[in-house]
Design a protein around this ligand. Structure first.
Ligand code: ADP
Ligand code: MG
Length: 334
């Protein structure tokens, strides 16, 4: 499925709409609130004062634990859920005042896949293109099927497709109208490692061709691998939003526990500027941000002090730590 099939995207050719200049922001949300009526839950808002700008051309990750509000935001973009208040523009088009036009600029693959089992992929894409009013001559059904690696299944019933194939078909379906923005809600949830790699490659290829890609994930490593920009959502609020590298430099902490041969009464003055503390006379704990600080100078400094090392164990912060750190009241978000 990694074969290179060229699909014309408005971003790379020409905007489909002459009234709009190519915008700097692919998606802009301003003070969005969402309160579901059907369910009383805490906190009361699924989205609360949610403001976010997703730059055109970015590969943007929305990261957050289950229940954070990621799908709520995606489903609002897709027109499946109505926001309670606030403003959202897609490609500079307001989703409230110009709903139909806004839809032309975005393709969404929801978290829950619903495929009609009695259609073949080709029929499904054709039907969907028809819904968007794309004339037959302009449809790119075969190119889309090839892009997602489903050419050999063009005429098979959807119910015979594997889970991974269904997901890829949904991606093709989201792209029938060649939108400049593709949004994927948990594209790799429940997907095996090999398929995950394929999907990542495909997502990168689309992005390299100029498509703005937004994806949600609750895996820190997935966001880190794939996304250049990340917003972290927790309890309906944006708690961090930055370039991936900046963000991780702030939040990613590594902890090293150094067991030493001889007991140490005090940390020597020459080591005071390291973030070191003593667990026991035989154990030192060193916290550092791997992207900013190296471990080597500390090891050398210890050797200079003739402190002999017996063992070193490390622990890298995971998403859990990140949330604890970012949501702790004393911590100001980076
Ligand atoms: P995420 O995708 O980050 O896991 P969701 O957007 O699905 O989070 O959910 C955010 C919150 O909104 C959760 O508390 C969830 O229970 C609630 N919620 C989501 N969808 C509905 C719905 N259709 N009706 C009522 N509550 C919902
Ligand atoms: Mg979700």
């Amino acid at each position: 499925m990694a074969r290179d099939t060229t699909i014309n995207h408005p971003t790379m050719t020409q905007s489909t709409n002459n009234n709009h200049q190519t915008p700097d922001a692919a998606i802009k949300a301003d003070a969005v609130y969402k309160q579901y009526k059907t369910k009383k839950h805490h906190p009361p808002y699924a989205l609360e004062n949610f403001s976010l700008t997703i730059p055109r051309g970015s590969l943007f990750g929305l990261l957050g634990p289950n229940g954070a509000g990621k799908s709520t935001f995606i489903n609002i973009l897709a027109g499946i859920v109505r926001k309670t208040s606030g403003t959202i523009t897609i490609w500079n088009v307001d989703i409230d005042t110009n709903h139909r036009e806004a839809k032309m600029y975005i393709g969404v693959v929801p978290q829950e896949l619903n495929l009609d089992p009695f259609f073949t992929p080709r029929e499904m894409l054709d039907l969907h293109a028809g819904l968007y009013g794309i004339p037959r001559a302009k449809r790119q059904t075969d190119a889309l099927l090839e892009t997602v690696g489903l050419s050999h299944k063009s005429d098979a019933y959807a119910r015979t497709l594997s889970g991974g194939m269904r997901r890829r078909l949904m991606m093709a379906k989201a792209m029938v109208h060649t939108p400049p923005i593709l949004v994927l809600d948990e594209p790799t949830a429940g997907v095996d490692i090999e398929l995950r790699q394929h999907l990542w490659k495909q997502i990168r290829t689309l992005n390299a061709r100029g498509v703005t890609v937004v994806l949600t994930t609750h895996y820190l490593n997935e966001a880190e691998e794939l996304c250049k920009d990340i917003a972290i959502i927790d309890k309906g609020k944006i708690i961090a939003n930055d370039k991936t590298d900046n963000l991780l430099a702030h939040i990613e902490k590594k902890e090293v526990v150094i067991t030493i041969e001889e007991p140490l009464q005090n940390i020597p003055a020459s080591l005071k500027h390291y973030d070191l503390c003593q667990n026991t006379p035989h154990q030192l704990r060193f916290s550092y941000a791997p992207r900013k600080t190296a471990l080597q100078p500390l090891i050398e400094a210890l050797q200079k002090e003739h402190i002999r090392i017996r063992d070193i164990t490390t622990r890298q912060s995971d998403l859990e730590d990140v949330f604890i750190k970012l949501t702790r009241p004393s911590h100001s978000t980076p």
